[in-house]
Design a protein around this ligand. Structure first.
Ligand code: DX5
Ligand code: ZN
Length: 242
């Protein structure tokens, strides 16, 4: 069966003290560290995204989310201080360009978005595995769950599905309970699959996610904002294990 993986999102940590923040989370009982890699967005991109996308998206969209966080150099630095499983979530339009640098940097999991890999996912999965990383696929709230089925059923399959429960880009947003239908459907169809949820998870939303069948839980603001993160982490774990 599937086991609980609690993955604090380092996006909510103090980036200036990343190594000690990582160590603190591991001491609090974290299984994985969730690393959000984003490719940035400008006002111009926003305009393009919203108004021109309909006609020219295949040419003009260059960024995936309206935020810029960390990249392979930071993963490489953190890897020198920690043996932790680094669960890397790539919110970028060109994941293929990141596989090699992320592998070299010491990433453990490489989760790309299905929205930007319609053509090359087979190649992506194969290269991710060849670099020694665990391949995963993520989907935005507006993307139907059916879109990831071929990637799970492929000869060379993804090993995790990340169901976004907020629009990707920022920590601290509100959990979207309507995404639990996707989790339930996936769990029914694939009893042994690692299913990760990301966005707005904490003590008040974990029951919905756990009972729907999620076993990998990303939590940023609820863990880092807590007076006692260890208590939140064990609460999240207990909900999944019930
Ligand atoms: C959002 C990121 C999340 C985020 C979650 O784009 O993918 O990992 O850090 O943060 P919380 O738990 O605060 O919603
Ligand atoms: Zn994430």
């Amino acid at each position: 069966g599937v086991t609980a993986k609690i993955a604090p999102s380092m996006l909510s940590s103090d980036f200036a003290n990343l190594a000690s923040e990582a160590e603190r989370m591991l001491n609090c009982g974290a299984d994985w560290l969730h690393m959000d890699i984003m490719d940035g967005f400008t006002t111009y991109d926003w305009f393009v995204h919203n108004f021109v996308q309909l006609l020219y998206s295949f040419v003009l969209i260059r960024h995936f989310v309206p935020n810029l966080t960390i990249g392979a150099p930071v993963i490489e630095s953190l890897r020198k201080h920690s043996q932790a499983y680094l669960d890397c979530h790539l919110m970028v339009t060109n994941p293929l360009d990141y596989v090699e640098p992320m592998g070299k940097a010491g990433a453990s999991g490489f989760t790309f978005h299905v929205e930007v890999s319609k053509e090359n996912w087979q190649e992506l999965i194969q290269i991710i595995k060849s670099k020694g990383m665990k391949p995963g696929v993520a989907l935005k709230p507006g993307t139907p769950i059916e879109e990831v089925y071929p990637l799970i059923e492929a000869e060379n399959p993804v090993e995790m599905v990340l169901v976004m429960t907020v629009e990707p880009g920022f920590g601290g947003q509100k959990f979207m309970p309507e995404m639990m239908d996707k989790v339930r459907t996936l769990r029914k169809k694939y009893p042994a699959l690692d299913i990760e949820v990301d966005g707005g998870l904490g003590p008040s939303t974990i029951e919905m996610a756990a009972s729907a069948g999620a076993n990998c839980i990303v939590a940023g603001s609820s863990v880092f904002g807590a007076a006692e993160p260890a208590k939140v982490i064990s609460l999240l774990r207990n909900s999944v294990q019930q």
